[in-house]
Design a protein around this ligand. Sequence first.
Ligand SMILES: O=C(O)CCC(=O)C(=O)O
Ligand SMILES: [Fe+2]
Length: 318
Amino acid sequence: MAESQTTVELPVLDISQPLSTSKLSALSAACKEWGFFYITNHGVSKDLYRKLHSLSNHLFNLPYETKVKVGPFSSIKTYTPHFIASPFFESFRVSGPDFSSSAQSSVEALLKEPNSDFSETLKEYGRKMTELSKAIVQVVLMSLGKDFQKKFYESEFSKCHGYLRIINYSPPENVVEKQVEGLGMHTDMSCVTIVYQDEIGGLQVRSKEGTWMDINSCEDTLVVNIGDLMHAWSNGRLRSSEHRVVLKRNANRFSLAFFWCFEDEKNISAPDEVVGEEDNRVYKTFICKDYLRFRESSEKGKFEKVGFTVKQFAGINS
Ligand SMILES: O=C(O)CCC(=O)C(=O)O
Ligand SMILES: [Fe+2]
């Protein structure tokens, strides 16, 4: 695998403040070119991350036979074991809007003693991520066009929902000599995704020319990326970039990816004003859940080679 040498420069938005005109245009350029940017002042404390990390480790450290109780063949299906996404990747999913009860149902199946720490902490994190996702969608709409937030936020995005993936990467021992993929190239099936990566880093975005660029981990900032649903809704104006995770150090890597998505039944269609006067529509209207199903069925057993994205599914002239 080719080593990547370059770090991508992305704008950092203070999400607690109204955006200046210059920040909005930096955001607009970053969403067009990279589909990635950073946010700061996001309101999640280091303490909350420490707590999430240690509670999650506790679950990842359980024996495999215990974890599969909530695995793909159980009724709960919140645990993704190794060798599905990659040999070095495992994750737990916590779904909204009731993050607490989603977390609790995993914990009840996994732990012998009742434990409300995990569900309480996930409730708090889910609430924060929901709030942030709403704010992020609004600024992204503002970056697309004047008044677009006023025009489209309520009518198009008010029924969005979120889910969280808690990820543990455990690299093989020879990772220092040979960089390995912890998660192969993919695009996200979300409107926007909010990623917390620990200080180890390893997240990379693919440039339009096909070069892998590092997205460094910066203290107190979160990474945001545009997903396929927002890409299609914006008629391709906002980029949903291919990205991956590489493991460069012989250390476990912890990350949290929060996906903010349209409701299953939504008809996804770029409004005329978003398409613009030339009326050059690049995506057909489609129903959100039909795309999710298409991805699920084309991804089985080969998560790493996602050749099937929204372009193949709903692209016009592709
Ligand atoms: O682990 C990360 O940093 C990113 C994970 C990711 O891209 C995903 O789960 O879609
Ligand atoms: Fe992703």
